[in-house]
Design a protein around this ligand. Structure first.
Ligand code: HEC
Length: 138
């Protein structure tokens, strides 16, 4: 076998192995998020907030989406930007109490990539501000 052919075959096998390592959003959630947020996203009283209302609520404004991508659990996970976008879109549809509007704007890889590198300085303050803004919109 010529070296170039062997290298091409190794390349193909490596690509296949990497593809096999990419998990579905559900499994990504189980591996990276569920330990804190629990299987249904309801969180843990006094420690981890429920995302069952807030994720969809925050996802409705640019500031809220920016916050969601920048919370430590999301920004610092080992998942790629593309896997993170897919995960958030899965969570919005599977861990929300309210029905998701058909015209919901999905999180995109580019959106995650743009916000993710900027850590939130004051997470709980940013969260409180978003909740106040949402209450005022009602
Ligand atoms: C070590 C525990 C922990 C892990 C692991 C974790 N989170 Fe979180 N998450 C939190 C806490 C605590 C908050 C509230 C904001 C803060 O104080 O960081 C939060 C907030 C959030 C929010 C915003 C909702 C709100 O109401 O503020 C989202 C969305 C979220 N997490 C998604 C995820 C995703 C997706 C993963 C996995 C990739 C993940 N989290 C992993 C603890 C965790």
């Amino acid at each position: 076998m010529r070296a170039a052919t062997a290298i091409a075959i190794i390349g193909l096998l490596t690509t296949a192995a990497n593809a096999a390592l990419a998990y579905s959003p559900r499994v990504d959630y189980q591996l990276n998020c569920m330990g804190c947020h629990l299987a249904d996203g309801s969180g843990q009283a006094g420690r981890i907030p429920s995302i069952r209302r807030t994720l969809l609520l925050f996802s409705g404004s640019p500031q809220g989406r920016n916050y969601v991508i920048r919370v430590p659990g999301v920004a610092q996970s080992p998942l790629s930007d593309a896997a993170t976008a897919a995960l958030l879109n899965w969570m919005v549809r599977n861990l929300s109490d309210a029905a998701v509007a058909p015209n919901f704007a999905d999180y995109t890889t580019a959106e995650v990539a743009a916000s993710r590198p900027h850590p939130l300085a004051h997470v709980s303050r940013a969260r409180a501000r978003l909740l106040r803004a949402a209450a005022a919109r009602r």
